[in-house]
Design a protein around this ligand. Structure first.
Ligand code: PMT
Length: 405
């Protein structure tokens, strides 16, 4: 089976690091981009190299970090580096580097390469608040934005020298998401949209040891989150416990119970334009939670009273507010009548009916079989395929539905 297409799979990223205290975070960013499927070429300003050495990036990326415009007359480095890049990300970008980029100074390898770039550019500024708010920096940022650069951050938070304020490098996931959005096909209606994806199987605790759960691994939901992020969506992944690696380029919200999943989704939903609910949410929870482990010879375990959990999707359907809602139906046959009923009852735009009774579909496998039903009557059958490919089909449908609006 081919590897899962991740947010930046197959893309060549030029990672330019400039000299601020946040330079150390660029090593972790390089790893996240690699985990997201990219090849990464790092490039350091001389000041960055005083904070973090080229050897760190060479070890992580497996690529030499060139330092000098004149180091290789056969492959003039700045020309070669710029032409190789599918996307360039400047992180952290200091006020000095931003100023040079804005006016086109090309006095070293980094700035000469920058002037050669003919690909999307992402800039993640990091500096002290006063420098960020300075009119000159703001004017330079406006110039770069006007020229098409994607600016991510800065955030509020701790800065150098014990200060706190605006100027902190954006989170790694936000930068990876900005990179994915910058290279996403500009035609995708998902680009720039807030999308919530739910994944995994909720756990309803009985006592500190036991819970009622289900067999969902989270694979379907994670594949959807990656696929939406790859198309430039701004993704919140609300996930019940899984054994999967954290996906890059999405905001991860970990929950355990159906009620926690509900609260988290309701907190996020005001900003969301699309919700895709692949999670297997427990329909019931124990009426009482025992703070102590229940003894196995106690009668308490022979009869556990259950109460019904609220249906998150139905609640979202009652207050749609123009939002596009996609549900999943876990069925032991492709019970389309039953699923169509759920589609209308929960106010969905699309439902993905998938088999959960076959060895190659449903829970905890990499493949799935499904039928997609649209509220207005469309039907699309997806025979045995990978969950990544099914996620791509679901996102195609979502794009079509968004484009029709
Ligand atoms: O995680 P994997 O191992 O990859 O498996 C994927 C999957 C089989 C879990 C997934 O493809 C799937 O089918 N998810 C939905 C499972 C499910 O709960 O189906 P349902 O028919 O019970 O619920 C219908 C829809 O209502 C679902 O979108 C569900 O998220 C939602 N729901 C259900 C109950 C509830 N209290 N709140 C909800 O929002």
């Amino acid at each position: 089976m081919t590897a899962a297409p991740d947010v930046v799979t197959g893309r060549h990223v030029l990672l330019v690091v400039s000299g601020g205290i946040a330079a150390y975070k660029a090593a972790s960013l390089a790893r996240a981009l690699l985990r997201g499927g990219a090849t990464v070429q790092a490039l350091l300003t001389p000041a960055a190299a005083t904070f973090i050495g080229p050897a760190t990036f060479e070890g992580l990326t497996g690529r030499t970090v060139p330092t000098d415009v004149f180091s290789d007359s056969d492959h003039v480095p700045h020309i070669h580096l710029a032409r190789q890049a599918d996307v360039a990300v400047f992180a952290p970008a200091t006020a000095n580097l931003i100023a040079k980029l804005a006016v086109g100074i090309a006095d070293d390898l980094v700035t000469s390469t920058a002037l050669m770039l003919d690909c999307p550019v992402v800039i993640a500024p990091a500096m002290h608040t006063e420098m960020w708010r300075h009119d000159v920096t703001q004017a330079n940022i406006a110039t770069l934005r006007h020229r098409g650069a994607h600016i991510v951050g800065p955030d509020d938070g701790p800065l150098a020298a014990g200060d706190t304020g605006e100027g902190r490098l954006a989170d790694e996931d936000a930068i990876v998401a900005a990179v994915a959005a910058a290279i996403a096909p500009s035609t995708s209606p998902l680009t720039g949209r807030r999308v919530i994806v739910s994944a995994g199987g909720t756990r309803e605790p009985i006592d500190p040891v036991r819970y009622i759960g289900n067999r969902s691994s989270g694979k379907m939901g994670y594949a959807l989150a990656r696929q939406a992020a790859r198309r430039g969506a701004d993704v919140d992944l609300v996930t019940a416990p899984t054994h999967l690696d954290d996906p890059v380029g999405v905001r991860l919200h970990r929950v355990e119970t159906a009620e926690q999943m509900r609260t988290t989704i309701m907190d996020l939903v005001a900003d969301a334009e699309v919700v895709i609910k692949a999670a297997a949410v427990a329909d019931f929870r124990p009426a009482r939670y025992s703070g102590q482990k229940i003894k196995k010879d106690s009668d308490e375990l022979t009869r556990i009273e259950l109460v019904r959990n609220r249906d998150i999707l139905a609640e979202l359907g009652e207050n749609k507010d123009g939002r596009l809602l996609v549900g999943f139906a876990a069925e032991t046959d492709l019970a389309e009548d039953h699923a169509r009923d759920k589609l209308h009852r929960k106010g969905l735009d699309l439902i993905v009916v998938n088999r959960v009774d076959m060895a190659d579909a449903g829970f905890n496998v990499d493949t799935n079989r499904a039928v997609l039903l649209r509220a207005e009557g469309g039907r699309r059958e997806v025979p045995l395929t990978t969950k990544d490919q099914l996620a791509a089909v679901v996102c195609d449908e979502v794009e079509e539905l968004l484009a029709q609006r």
